[in-house]
Design a protein around this ligand. Structure first.
Ligand code: ATP
Length: 231
């Protein structure tokens, strides 16, 4: 579904991503893990067309997207749930969802689907987003991402700053979405949860993919255990 080949991305003259390669098959949950500043968000921004690689290619369902504008990429079927949620706090839940649907022709149907996944958002649709708890805001951010009917949903640090019970809920919803046909790319610092929830994973360190494999193998890998799981 997504094929990233040898991308090199710079901020000004500083090289952040070094010949990064990875792929995502339809139906998978993939995770990219790595320390702060490794370049995970840079990958996400490049996939969404917010940064352009200096070299390398990104193909989505066989079409090159590395030079495409973001709104085309969203229309093609990729959506991002950004780090820090980036909701519109003074707007209502419904208005936030409508913002996510701006490229979609099937708003009503999609809204029904999204409310079936998040019934609390339906109950509170007139409430402003800024008054929700952190966990509820994360659910709204995911719901807004779904409003463009993505085939691939990218979630950047969805569990950051949430209480353990909400972290579990976020991972449950990711698995439910995947069982309903949404392919998922997960960028996480909560490495244990991310590897437990995903099929395959990539380790990104100082802008380079240093390890890749089935998530259960990565959970067993000595470097991952020592560097990321504190074992
Ligand atoms: P985190 O987990 O902290 O979000 P990350 O793996 O997502 O980290 P990035 O946010 O992609 O890392 O940052 C990669 C590198 O790029 C870091 O060294 C960071 O300081 C640098 N960087 C990020 N944004 C910019 C920017 N707008 N201008 C210049 N450098 C930047």
């Amino acid at each position: 579904m997504l094929n990233v080949e040898n991308i090199n991305v710079f901020y000004g003259s500083v090289r952040i991503l070094w010949d990064v390669n990875f792929h995502i098959n339809e139906g998978e949950i993939i995770t990219i893990i790595g320390p702060n500043g490794a370049g995970k968000t840079t990958i996400v921004k490049t996939l969404m067309g917010l940064l352009k690689p200096i070299s390398g290619t990104i193909e989505f369902n066989g079409n090159p997207i590395h030079q495409a504008p973001t709104h085309h990429i969203v229309k093609d079927g990729i959506a991002l749930v950004p780090e820090g949620r980036e909701l519109f706090p003074r707007m209502t839940i419904m208005e936030n969802l409508q913002m996510g649907a701006y490229t979609s022709d099937t708003r009503e149907e999609t809204l029904e689907w999204v409310f079936s996944l998040f019934p609390r958002l339906e109950e509170r649709q007139k409430q402003s987003a800024g008054t929700l708890s952190g966990g509820e805001q994360q659910m709204l951010a995911i719901a807004r991402g779904l409003m463009s009917r993505p085939k691939l949903l990218i979630l950047d640090e969805p569990s950051l700053g949430l209480a353990p019970i909400m972290v579990n809920k976020v991972f449950e919803i990711i698995k439910t979405l995947n069982s309903q046909g949404v392919t998922v790319l997960l960028v996480e610092q909560n490495i244990h949860h991310a590897l437990e929830a995903s099929n395959r994973g990539y380790v990104l360190e100082t802008g380079r993919i240093t390890l890749e494999g089935a998530s259960r193998e990565l959970l067993d890998n000595n470097h991952v255990k020592e560097a990321y799981l504190g074992m």
